[in-house]
Design a protein around this ligand. Structure first.
Ligand code: PEP
Ligand code: MN
Length: 338
């Protein structure tokens, strides 16, 4: 951490900064230049609150040298982390496409969806039993009953399941139904108490990016999970809020290579919630893989027009299968396989 002092700083002010650093277990290295005095803090700078230093008299600016996140940072773990879900890997050479409906509706809908997912060649299935809806009057998901339906449908096709946890009170149900991957949705990316709870288990977590979250905020949320001991984290870019109205969210393709540099955890992309329109899903999927994504999370419904949730963006089973074929070439071009 580097502390830049104001012009005409006094010895007392410098002493004040030194004392503050010492109280946090850091040493101060004072460098007096002709125009400015700069103090280098030596030690674990994460222990010092940047704001409380900036508030001291005589301090002009405080610059961090190391990343605020530790466990999730690539600098602390150079090799890619590969998440293993019953022998299916995310973050290795193979790109995984997780397919399935937005929400769990009925047993027959989920049975058909599971057939479609398996038939398309996807190895993992998605589906929401608990749905975060903007309106309290919209369908809220089937809850625990939905987990049961989902489990039955997926087991028939031998597909591990990915489903969203919104409330820690249902974590035991998720564990009871053997949910293989827990999704923490966009709206809960900064629900720190929820993040701490899923940090205590070892189930892989898909952490979706918050609607307006910076990459640093997102990685700090991942750090919450990792700090608890759960290092099975998959980051999912799903588009961010923007000024554009022609599509649902703006897919931040740039985030993919930046995250791959910043963190060792796998990065996947949800083109469905980004585009918000079925027709946009193939192009966004291809762009994501070309940019280095480790996987995709795609909404597919056996009968999209009838979907209870996000009907506009769901692919039909055949569309998913065709897309899987089209993605092969892109994957090969970037040295991956599907
Ligand atoms: C979902 O995946 O079903 C979902 C609600 O996504 P998001 O949290 O990205 O809106
Ligand atoms: Mn959805």
């Amino acid at each position: 951490m580097i502390i830049i002092m104001c012009p005409h700083v006094t010895d007392e002010e410098i002493q004040g900064v030194e004392n503050k650093l010492k109280s946090s277990g850091l040493e101060a290295n004072i460098s007096r230049g002709v125009e400015r005095t700069i103090i280098g803090a030596i030690g674990d700078e994460r222990k010092v609150d940047k704001e409380s230093l900036r508030a001291l008299p005589g301090v002009e600016n405080v610059i961090r040298v190391v990343k605020p996140y530790k466990i999730v940072a690539r600098e602390s773990h150079e090799a890619d982390t590969v998440i293993n879900i019953k022998g299916i890997t995310i973050g290795g050479k193979t790109i995984q496409v997780i397919g399935g409906p937005c929400s769990v509706e009925t047993q027959s809908q989920m049975d058909l969806a599971a057939q479609g997912v398996a038939n398309a060649g996807c190895r993992l299935m998605r589906g929401g039993a608990f749905k975060p809806r903007t309106s309290p009057y919209s369908f809220q998901g089937k809850g625990v009953e939905g987990l049961k339906i989902f489990r039955q449908a997926a087991d028939k096709q031998n597909l591990p399941i990915v489903t969203e946890l919104m409330d820690v009170r249902f974590l035991d149900d998720f564990l009871e139904y053997g949910v293989e991957v827990i999704q923490i949705g966009t709206r809960n990316m900064q629900n720190f108490d929820l993040l701490k709870e899923v940090g205590k288990i070892h189930t892989p977590i898909i952490l979706k990016r918050g609607l307006c979250a910076t990459l640093s905020e997102w990685l700090m949320s991942a750090e919450y999970i990792a700090a608890g001991g759960n290092h099975n984290i998959i980051l999912c870019e799903r588009g961010v809020r923007s000024f554009e109205k022609a599509y649902r969210n703006m897919l931040d393709i740039t985030a993919i290579p930046v995250l791959k540099k910043e963190t060792h955890f796998p990065v996947i992309v949800d083109p469905s919630h980004a585009g918000g329109k079925t027709a946009l899903v193939p192009a966004l999927s291809k762009a994501a893989i070309a940019a280095g994504a480790d996987g995709l999370l795609i909404e597919m419904h056996p009968n999209p027009c009838e979907a209870w949730c996000d009907a506009d963006q769901a692919l039909a089973p055949l569309e998913l299968k065709n897309l899987m074929g089209e993605l092969q070439g892109i994957a090969q071009a970037v040295g991956r396989e599907i």
